[in-house]
Design a protein around this ligand. Structure first.
Ligand SMILES: Cc1cc2nc3c(=O)[nH]c(=O)nc-3n(C[C@H](O)[C@H](O)[C@H](O)COP(=O)(O)OP(=O)(O)OC[C@H]3O[C@@H](n4cnc5c(N)ncnc54)[C@H](O)[C@@H]3O)c2cc1C
Length: 126
């Protein structure tokens, strides 16, 4: 089973942006997305920060994904079918996904790394 600090479901702008920030904070990140999301339907993206000229949604998606991959983020194309969460120790998040006939399971590693803080905050990361 593959283990990551953080698993993000969705490889659209929201998922990729979150992944970039987490990776910069040195978390091992996996992004799972079944397709390009809403951007795939957008023929032309304009009025968007940093875009001098309009580009297609697919082009913008591919650029974002390439940027994330270059930073070392794992991106899997498959459909999440279930998320199993245990909210007591040992905390556990198990994600099941399918890619055609192939079934995969991913485990959020950080689920095993939380402890109660001594003072002030309720939880902190080890
Ligand atoms: C026709 C059209 C034109 C647009 N034009 C513009 C524009 O000009 N300028 C602009 O700024 N915005 C535009 N938008 C909006 C823009 O596309 C969205 O704001 C943006 O895509 C939202 O990003 P998101 O990451 O929140 O969601 P999405 O891009 O929708 O991403 C959702 C992600 O979740 C994944 N997902 C969902 N369920 C599962 C599952 N079970 N398992 C695995 N993965 C899953 C999808 O595969 C996808 O990767 C347009 C949208 C459309 C449809």
């Amino acid at each position: 089973m593959n283990r990551f600090d953080v698993i993000i479901i969705g490889k659209g702008p929201a998922g990729i942006s979150a992944g970039l920030y987490l990776k910069r904070s040195r978390y091992e990140v996996l992004i799972i997305g079944k397709d390009f999301g809403a951007l795939d339907k957008a023929e032309k993206i304009e009025n968007y920060y940093g875009l001098e000229n309009p580009i297609s949604g697919k082009e913008l998606s591919e650029t974002g994904i390439k940027q994330a991959e270059q930073l070392g983020i794992d991106i899997f194309t498959c459909e999440v079918t279930s998320v199993e969460a245990t909210f007591e120790e040992p905390y556990r998040f198990k994600i099941s996904a399918t890619q055609g006939e192939k079934k995969q399971e991913f485990l959020s590693k950080s689920a095993y790394c939380y402890r109660k803080a001594e003072k002030n905050t309720s939880h902190s990361r080890l």
